[in-house]
Design a binder for this molecule. Structure first.
Ligand code: ATP
Ligand code: MG
Length: 275
């Protein structure tokens, strides 16, 4: 299978920083594959995600190569990147509250997106928005379209954000802690949903998480980051059951007991087929 994403020797440095925030990263992602990126706070996960989207803040510098479907993203100007983002390349951020505009209803934000990128007429965009809200498990979607973000729960808003990220059928989704703002029960449901939608659309995903339990549920392969470096990488089942690196072992050991089930090799069979 040809690779959708190829990352080679990716380095990122923030202006003024002595250390690289991301150092010598290298991985590939094929269509339909889900790569987990784990590591503790400050290890460079978000920086990697932003670099993949060409969204690093002013002053940060990325070198090396990131190609998306053969197109080089590093050093590419905004003009070439913008048509990719949102349509072929999409993102789900940690905090739905910041991704949604508080001044507009859910419906107007969703239909605007669908009209702009899919060139749908108003009624068709509305119908599609309703279908997507239903798909992400939002009850009474016709009514919810008229709601403002503050009128919905955090879990609902996160579902809306996921719907918006996937409604354009992107080939690659970068999800940065997509469920960490949600409570545990909602988290499990949203993760299941993400997995289903990704399978259905055959999109590839980079799932950033500090939580190996979440990664075990969704990913086929994993990279473990520590201080900007990749310290270990491999198929998720292997890494979970036979971690080689001491840092990975420490991360595994720090998992709360309730996630223990995800570390059972039998449970991992369910994700093994996606590698
Ligand atoms: N805008 C910025 N300017 C300068 N340094 C930054 C900036 N953003 C991140 N950093 C630094 O880059 C390193 C990696 O940070 P990053 O946010 O990528 O980590 P992370 O793995 O996503 O952490 P977390 O799990 O807390 O989200 C850290 O040392 C951080 O302090
Ligand atoms: Mg982060």
């Amino acid at each position: 299978m040809t690779n959708l994403l190829e990352v080679t020797d990716l380095n990122v440095r923030y202006g003024g920083a002595k250390q690289l925030a991301v150092r010598g990263l290298r991985f590939t992602l094929a269509p339909g594959e889900v790569l987990g990126v784990v590591g503790e706070s400050g290890s460079g996960k978000t920086t990697l995600g932003m670099a993949l989207l060409g969204l690093l803040p002013e002053g940060a510098k990325a070198t090396g190569s990131v190609t998306f479907d053969g197109v080089e993203l590093i050093g590419t100007n905004e003009k070439r990147l913008r048509p990719l983002r949102g349509t072929r390349l999409s993102t789900i951020m940690q905090n739905a509250a910041t991704a949604l505009n508080p001044c507009f209803t859910i419906g107007s934000q969703m239909t605007a997106l669908l009209r702009r990128h899919r060139k749908l007429a108003k009624a068709a965009a509305r119908a599609e928005a309703i279908a997507w809200l239903r798909k992400v498990g939002i009850p009474a979607p016709e009514t919810r379209l008229r709601a403002y973000p503050h009128q919905l729960s955090g879990g609902m808003n996160q579902r809306v954000v996921i719907a918006m990220a996937l409604a354009l059928k992107p080939e690659l989704v970068i999800a940065d802690e997509p469920t960490s703002a949600l409570d545990v029960t909602v988290q499990a449901a949203v993760l299941r949903l993400l997995r289903e939608l990704i399978d259905e659309s055959a999109s590839a995903m980079v799932l950033i998480s500090h939580d190996l339990g979440v990664v075990a549920q969704l990913c086929s392969k994993v990279i473990v980051m520590n201080g900007g470096d990749v310290v270990e990488s491999g198929p998720v089942a292997e890494l979970m059951t036979k971690p080689k690196d001491t840092y990975t072992r420490r991360l595994l050991a720090s998992l709360p007991a309730r996630r223990g089930v995800a570390l059972d090799p039998a449970a991992l069979d369910t994700v093994g087929g996606h590698g």
